[in-house]
Design a protein around this ligand. Structure first.
Ligand SMILES: [Zn+2]
Length: 247
């Protein structure tokens, strides 16, 4: 896909940025992003990546829209309750940007889907369980595909951008650091826009990754909505990591 007279105006606020310009916008328009999970994080990621003109988007989610989702999953209108999330998302996103190709999988991402990653330039993990996160991490590490990880609960959230370069840590290096909560949003609750904040940060990192703007060293970004505070923690490779350590 190339910029032409019909979409140069559409993306002109991107093109003005020295970090993007016409070349960067064309790179975005020829990129493929995989989003796993179309819940609160996924709704924010999908809307920004589609509006930004990411050429191709693949999304996995096995859920239907539930009335308890409407408080924060802002892609889904009231009338979509009971319908497939990915199908509803596809319809809504097509209204936002008809130039983006959207492929949907109405299923939970699992090992049988690993070939989906073959043509993908970035993976955005918006899932809600450790098993999927670890699987995406292992696949992204083996295929050297950047992974943007995010999660949110109560009034806090976190984001990490893993470029998956040889000397980088991976999600498994720091998984213990997260102290994977035994509680889910279903049990503990989550403040509506906190998922949008974290999803927006994930979308920003995904676009940066597609434009080859990678962090030189890796940090975990923690957002504390209660205190209106962001904190970053440097993360290091675990030499014993069973995914990324040299053996
Ligand atoms: Zn690792």
């Amino acid at each position: 896909m190339q910029l032409d007279s019909s979409n140069t105006m559409r993306y002109c606020r991107h093109i003005l940025l020295p970090e993007v310009q016409e070349e960067g916008q064309e790179t975005l328009m020829n990129s493929h992003a995989l989003i796993v999970g179309a819940g609160g994080l996924g709704c924010a990621v999908l809307q920004y990546l589609v509006a930004a003109g990411t050429g191709k988007i693949t999304v996995f989610d096995h859920d239907t829209v539930d009335i308890t989702n409407l408080q924060r999953q802002i892609l889904y209108p009231e009338l979509s309750v009971g319908y497939s999330k990915v199908e509803t998302a596809k319809q809504q996103l097509a209204k936002l940007n008809s130039q983006v190709e959207i492929n949907t999988f109405n299923k939970q991402f699992d090992h049988s889907d690993k070939s989906t990653l073959n043509s993908v330039n970035v993976v955005i993990d918006c899932s809600d369980n450790l098993q999927t996160r670890l699987l995406l991490n292992t696949l992204c590490w083996s295929k050297k595909i950047p992974l943007i990880s995010g999660s949110a609960i109560r009034m806090e959230g976190q984001v990490i951008h893993f470029p998956m370069r040889d000397d980088d840590p991976c999600y498994a290096c720091v998984a213990s650091f997260f102290n994977e909560p035994s509680l889910s949003c279903m049990e503990a609750g989550v403040l509506s826009p906190v998922v949008g904040t974290i999803g927006s940060l994930q979308a920003t990192e995904a676009i940066k990754s597609l434009l080859n703007i990678e962090p030189s060293s890796l940090s975990l970004l923690l957002y504390d909505a209660h205190q209106l505070a962001f904190q970053t923690f440097k993360i290091n490779k675990n030499p014993q990591c069973n995914v990324c350590a040299d053996r």
